[in-house]
Design a protein around this ligand. Structure first.
Ligand SMILES: C[S@@+](CC[C@H](N)C(=O)[O-])C[C@H]1O[C@@H](n2cnc3c(N)ncnc32)[C@H](O)[C@@H]1O
Length: 230
């Protein structure tokens, strides 16, 4: 899939208000791990595939003096992020692709991405760019809901009509190692509130029945962590 096609798809999502809905659904996992990310005062953070920028702003507020930049291939997502921006937060947003990061080598202390990295058009190139813009010892954290061990998500790409990389934890680890990262670890992040009440369940393309929905809930989000050698 080309970057133009991705931009067109996610511009449509922004126009339909889906950027703001993702803040609610994706926010649970990020709030659950925010302290464990270990963000330190003064860090410079790149939020990759920022959507409406909610996570960019959350990261920027995680410690004093943090500066966060959100990038996204879809101009309408970046426009929405700018609309929601507060000038009391050290954050900004740019239209850019994972595969061509317009920053100097070693610019960031860490990179982050929520539900974004599996859209990479060229994963080895994206990981190589992440590696380049991180300082030695810099950290890459990505959280995804679409991965092979969460088998019930297998058909998401088909339903969305978007190319998505359906990789296992081991395959992700191999990809990060192939780009020169070390200390790859993963953790499952499961919403402690549980799947909710079956009587309120509404079938969708994402979860056509209650059993599938519960299986997805139990698998949780996959938090991947890797480090650039120091
Ligand atoms: C599912 S949305 C998640 C947005 C946001 N992180 C959130 O949780 O609300 C994925 C975002 O990644 C962006 N994206 C996908 N592939 C990209 C690429 N190759 N380069 C830059 N952005 C990309 C999309 O435009 C979209 O806004």
């Amino acid at each position: 899939m080309s970057h133009e096609d991705l931009a067109s798809t996610f511009d449509d999502w922004a126009a339909q208000g889906r950027a703001d809905r993702m803040e609610k659904s994706h926010g649970i996992a990020i709030h659950a791990i925010l302290d464990d990310l270990g963000i330190r005062a003064g860090e410079t953070i790149l939020d990759m595939g920022c959507g409406n920028g909610w996570a960019t702003r959350l990261l920027a507020r995680a410690a004093p003096g943090v500066q966060a930049i959100g990038i996204d291939v879809a101009p309408a997502m970046v426009a929405r992020a700018e609309e929601l921006h507060s000038y009391t937060i050290r954050a900004r947003y740019e239209v850019m692709t994972f595969e061509s990061l317009e920053f100097e080598d070693g610019h960031f202390d860490r990179t982050f991405g929520m539900e974004s990295l599996y859209y990479a058009v060229d994963l080895p190139q994206a990981l190589s760019e992440i590696q380049r813009v991180l300082r030695p010892g810099g950290i890459a954290d990505f959280v995804i809901d679409f991965y092979a061990e969460r088998a019930a998500t297998r058909r998401w790409s088909e339903h969305m009509d978007v190319s998505m990389l359906f990789l296992s934890e081991a395959e992700w680890g191999g990809s990060f190692a192939g780009a020169g990262f070390e200390n790859f670890t993963t953790r499952r992040v499961v919403d402690p509130a549980g799947p909710g009440d079956e009587s309120n369940f509404e079938p969708s393309d994402w979860a056509p029945d209650w059993k599938t929905y519960v299986a997805m809930h139990e698998a949780g989000s996959l938090w991947m962590h890797a480090e650039k050698p120091g």
